[in-house]
Design a protein around this ligand. Structure first.
Ligand SMILES: Cc1cc2nc3c(=O)[nH]c(=O)nc-3n(C[C@H](O)[C@H](O)[C@H](O)COP(=O)(O)O)c2cc1C
Length: 354
């Protein structure tokens, strides 16, 4: 994600990546505000007229057939520990038949670590690269993005927008001029789709419209309600009074999705941020997302407290559970495939029904 304190991808960046992994698995990393899925009610259908066993959730993802419209969200890479986590995540994604997005590749590329081995562990599923928007706008940023895609043999790249997280880092980048222009340049340069995401504070309708106008392939709203980077960065600071009122700043995922869907009815949307299970994923799809990703929950399934030995099978089991929950939600609305599910009735409550 946010990159190097020493601006070279050196050891300090690596220490931070390992600290992020441990902190992200800790309850302190969770947002104090819900993503909003408890407000979304899918209408129960007492006469489904389909068989649960026949409910189909396979779909296309970046030109490859995947087992479900779910994927493992961007997390890490670039240190020995982070690379071990990514290798385990690649095994999980391959076994589950879903795409894998990696975390920011800048530190990795600048310190000469290749992540090319991930393709060997996940030969049949889409791999998605990652670079920060503010780093893309710096000198050499477009070339770095090209190298990120080449190193991974990626099907696409995510550019992440994280102004709040960068501001909360003592070493973060707070000059965000020229990022949209750089994204537009990248779209015209790279041979693979460019997708843009936040990291948990959400992308709203106006930003999404500008991104689609710049030609991006998809926008991942990556909203508030799950892993909270302000809380994680503040936990790493000795002095954090400035950020105390901003701990839960951002757009909850459900609000971001609804706003962007209304403003950009034809834009390809991805949902992430606080998606806790397969029913939340179903609700995000029903709200208009084509794909849904989970980051923190996969990390916790893989490593427990973030320090444990990665267990790809445990993470795959959780993804299998989410797929079964998605199928069950579709069955209970009377939908036997994803296109039928999109048109099923439901509603969004104005206030949370906690
Ligand atoms: C350990 C960890 C590291 C992350 N690093 C990155 C990153 O490098 N790039 C990025 O775009 N997002 C990164 N994210 C953000 C996630 O992709 C996602 O947008 C965010 O965590 C919200 O999803 P969640 O609630 O399912 O965790 C990271 C998330 C976690 C948990």
């Amino acid at each position: 994600m946010s990159d190097d304190p020493d601006k070279t991808g050196g050891p300090a960046a690596g220490d931070r990546k390992d600290a992020h992994l441990a902190l992200a698995a800790d309850p302190l990393a969770l947002s104090g505000i819900s993503a909003g899925f408890e407000r979304v009610r899918l209408e129960h259908c007492a006469l489904p007229e389909c068989s649960l066993a026949d409910v189909r959730i396979e779909t296309d993802c970046l030109g490859r057939q995947v087992s479900a419209p779910l994927f493992v969200g961007s997390m890490t890479g670039g240190t020995a520990h982070a690379d071990a986590i990514n290798e385990a995540l690649a095994e999980t994604a391959e076994a589950a038949g879903v795409a894998l997005a990696v975390g920011s590749q800048r530190a990795s590329l600048e310190s000469g670590r290749s992540q090319a081995g991930l393709r060997k562990r996940a030969p049949s599923v889409p791999l998605i690269g990652n670079l920060g928007g503010v780093q893309l706008a710096m000198e050499g940023g477009i070339d770095l993005a090209r190298r990120a895609v080449d190193d991974l043999q990626a099907e696409a790249i995510f550019i992440h927008l994280n102004p709040l997280q960068e501001a909360a880092q003592p070493e973060g980048e707070t000059d965000w001029r020229g990022v949209l222009t750089a994204i537009g340049t990248l779209v015209g340069t790279l041979p693979v789709p460019v997708m843009v995401k936040e990291v948990g504070a959400g992308i709203g309708p106006d930003v999404a419209r500008r991104l689609f106008d710049a030609g991006v392939h998809a926008v991942d709203v990556a909203g508030l309600g799950g892993t909270n980077w302000t809380r994680i960065e503040v936990a790493r600071r000795s002095e954090a009074a400035l950020f105390a009122p901003f701990l839960d700043w951002g757009l909850p995922t459900v609000d971001a999705l609804r706003g962007v869907r209304a403003a950009c009815p034809h834009g390809r949307l991805i949902a992430s941020g606080g998606i806790a299970d397969g029913l939340d994923a179903a609700k995000a799809l029903w709200l208009g997302a084509a794909l849904v990703s989970m980051a923190g929950p996969v990390l916790r399934a893989l490593t427990g407290d973030g320090r444990g030995t990665p267990d790809p099978e445990a993470a795959e089991q959780v993804i299998t559970l989410w797929k079964d929950q998605l199928r069950l939600a579709m069955f209970l609305t009377g939908a036997s495939d994803l296109s039928a599910f999109a048109g099923k009735p439901g509603h969004v409550d104005a206030l949370a029904a906690r």
